[in-house]
Design a protein around this ligand. Structure first.
Ligand code: PAF
Length: 280
């Protein structure tokens, strides 16, 4: 496995792999790899011949006052995990390698980015779609894997690829959880012991909502159920709770049926997100 830092090295390595008839799999990450990332990497290794993992803490997707500076950077450990998993190439560019001086072009996916996290993190999804579009252009993968934990991100990237005719299949991988239900996230390491103990209440509340949804509750009723369950853990301060259509991300309110129940909550200084999908 090689770790490279420039776009030209990625292009050359991918061209050589393609010349040998290999398919290219891609897992974009911001590093601090955990079992959730590694499940995507394993799927990519199983589903393609030459796997590229990018590790780039993308400043463009962090807002003012967010955790850009303190976001964990653990390249050596990440590379070792990638190598053990069968990755062919790790791309770890600098900010100046990714963004030319004076770069002023962004990718914006309208509508889908307005609700859920987009409502509370203005500009975040433009940062995500811009960097992912650039990474797709650099790596030119056949297939790319994204975690379902960031459900809105997955839907937005899938739509971007479709709308811009990017020749890549976008694949979602299931959320990996701790034994107590907490979704794995690089940000979980910010939690104190007391906060960590309170954190699983987020998924537990979403599960209560999912039970109500399966019994025919409307979106509004599901959101209320989740809010009541979350209120039993006062350390968790909900930012939003939404029952939305799995593809359009429109809030359902009066409707029941298939839905994704998504929530964000602050726990101390840390912002957690999670979701649960209810099939029809
Ligand atoms: O999900 C992430 O880690 C990031 O948003 C991504 C997709 C790597 C883009 O920076």
């Amino acid at each position: 496995m090689r770790v490279v830092h420039t776009k030209s090295e990625v292009r050359a390595a991918v061209a050589a792999a393609r010349a040998e008839g290999k398919t290219i799999g891609f897992v974009p990450t911001m590093g601090a790899l955990h079992a959730g990332h590694m499940s995507l990497v394993e799927a990519a290794v199983a589903g393609s011949d030459f796997v590229v993992v990018s590790i780039f803490v993308n400043p463009m997707q962090f807002g003012p006052g967010e955790d850009l500076e303190k976001y964990p950077r653990t390249l050596d450990e990440d590379a070792a995990q990638c190598e053990a998993a069968g990755v062919a190439l790790v791309f770890a560019p600098s900010v100046s390698e990714m963004y030319a001086d004076g770069a002023c072009t962004t990718v914006h996916v309208a509508g889908l980015t307005e609700g859920l996290c987009g409502q509370f993190r203005p500009g975040h999804f433009d940062g995500v779609t811009t960097v992912v579009c650039k990474l797709f252009n650099i790596v030119a993968p056949d297939r790319a894997w994204f975690g379902e934990k960031d459900y809105q991100q997955l839907v937005v990237i899938r739509r971007m690829a479709r709308d811009l005719d990017l020749p890549v299949e976008v694949i979602g991988g299931p959320t990996v959880r701790e034994a107590d239900g907490l979704a794995l996230s690089s940000r979980n390491q910010y939690l104190s012991a007391t906060e960590r103990a309170a954190a699983p209440a987020l998924q537990a509340a979403l599960q209560e909502g999912a039970r109500a949804a399966r019994e025919g509750a409307t979106g509004a009723e599901v959101e209320r159920t989740v809010a009541e369950a979350l209120a039993r853990e006062p350390m968790l301060r909900p930012q939003y709770i939404r029952a939305v259509h799995p593809e359009t991300l429109q809030r359902l309110l009066g409707e029941s049926g298939p839905m994704v129940i998504a929530a964000a909550a602050h726990l101390g200084e840390t912002r957690l997100i999670d979701n649960i999908k209810v099939e029809g």
